[in-house]
Design a protein. Structure first.
Length: 260
C-alpha cells in the first residue's frame, strides 16, 4: 500500500520512526511527512496566513519531509504536493505513534487525531495510533503490532473513515487484545499556575491536567475504562459533526418562535 505517515510529535519522534520502520519492513511504500517541531494539542489548525517551510530529512533509510506547520498542514501539503494526482493518492493515512493516549475528549484537541481527520476528509482511509511511552517501553513491539493490525484490515471498506487506535501502557506481552468501543465521555480538568510580571499583566501556565487513575470511569465500556484494563481500543470517529437527531426539534422550535 501507499501510506502517508504523519504525526504531531515531530519528524524525529521515537514512536514515529518506529512505525515507519515497521511499515517499511512489511513492504509498504511509506511517505513520511511530519511537523518540524512538537505540535501536540493544536487540534485541526491549518496555516493559511503565512508560508510553510519544507525541509528534506534523511537519516539512513529514512527519507521524509519536515513541515514547519501543524499536523493538518502536513497531510494537506503531502496530498497536494507529493502525489501526482487523484489516481496516485495514498491508500491510507497513518498518524502516530503518538506519545500519549488520545482517548475520550482528547480527540477534540489532538494533533494526532486531527492529522488523520484531514486524511478522512479527503476521502482517504485514516488511522490515528497512540500509546503513552518512555525510553524503556517496548515501542518497537507496539509499532510491529500496529503494522500487523494495518495489514489485517481491508482499508477499501473504510474510505473517508477515521479509526482511532490506542494501546495501554502495559508491556505488549500483557496486551489482552483489541476492543472496538465508544469514546469516553470523561473530560479532563485543567488547572493553571498564575504569575504576575512587573508590567502588571497576569500570565497563566498550565499546571496540571488531571489525567490519572483517579479520573472517573464511564458507566459503560469505553476507551478509558478498557485501556485501564489492559486492552487496546479501536474507535471509529465520524467526520460529520452534525447532530442529526436535533435537526427536526430545532426546526420546530424556530417555527414555534416564528423564526423559521
Amino acid at each position: 500500500m501507499r501510506i502517508l505517515l504523519t504525526n504531531d510529535d515531530g519528524i524525529n519522534a521515537a514512536g514515529y520512526r518506529a512505525i515507519f520502520r515497521a511499515l517499511s519492513a512489511c513492504g509498504h511504500d511509506v511517505l513520511p511527512v511530519a511537523p518540524m517541531q512538537q505540535q501536540s494539542n493544536v487540534s485541526n489548525h491549518l496555516t493559511v496566513r503565512q508560508p510553510l517551510t519544507l525541509h528534506a530529512v534523511r537519516d539512513g533509510q529514512f527519507l521524509g519531509l519536515a513541515v514547519d506547520g501543524t499536523p493538518g498542514d502536513c497531510v494537506r501539503v503531502a496530498l497536494a504536493e507529493c502525489y501526482a494526482g487523484p489516481a496516485e493518492q495514498p491508500d491510507l493515512v497513518v498518524s502516530g505513534i503518538n506519545d500519549g493516549h488520545n482517548i475520550g475528549t482528547d480527540v477534540f484537541y489532538s494533533g494526532t487525531v486531527s492529522a488523520a481527520l484531514n486524511g478522512a476528509l479527503c476521502g482517504i482511509p485514516s488511522l490515528a495510533v497512540s500509546r503513552r511511552y518512555t525510553r524503556e517501553t517496548d515501542i518497537e513491539a507496539v509499532a510491529e503490532h500496529a503494522a500487523r493490525f494495518i495489514n489485517a484490515l481491508d482499508w477499501n471498506a473504510f474510505k473517508g473513515k477515521l479509526l482511532n487506535l490506542n494501546y495501554p501502557e502495559f508491556p505488549l506481552s500483557e496486551l489482552k487484545g483489541i476492543r472496538v468501543c465508544p469514546l469516553s465521555t470523561v473530560s479532563w480538568p485543567v488547572t493553571y499556575r498564575s504569575e504576575k510580571p512587573e508590567n502588571g499583566c497576569q500570565r497563566l501556565y498550565v499546571d496540571k491536567i488531571s489525567y490519572n487513575a483517579d479520573t472517573p470511569v464511564d458507566p459503560f465500556p469505553s476507551d478509558w475504562s478498557l485501556i485501564r484494563q489492559g486492552y487496546a481500543t479501536l474507535t471509529p470517529i465520524i467526520t460529520d459533526p452534525t447532530d442529526h437527531g436535533s435537526l427536526e426539534s430545532l426546526s420546530q422550535s424556530l417555527e414555534q418562535a416564528r423564526l423559521g
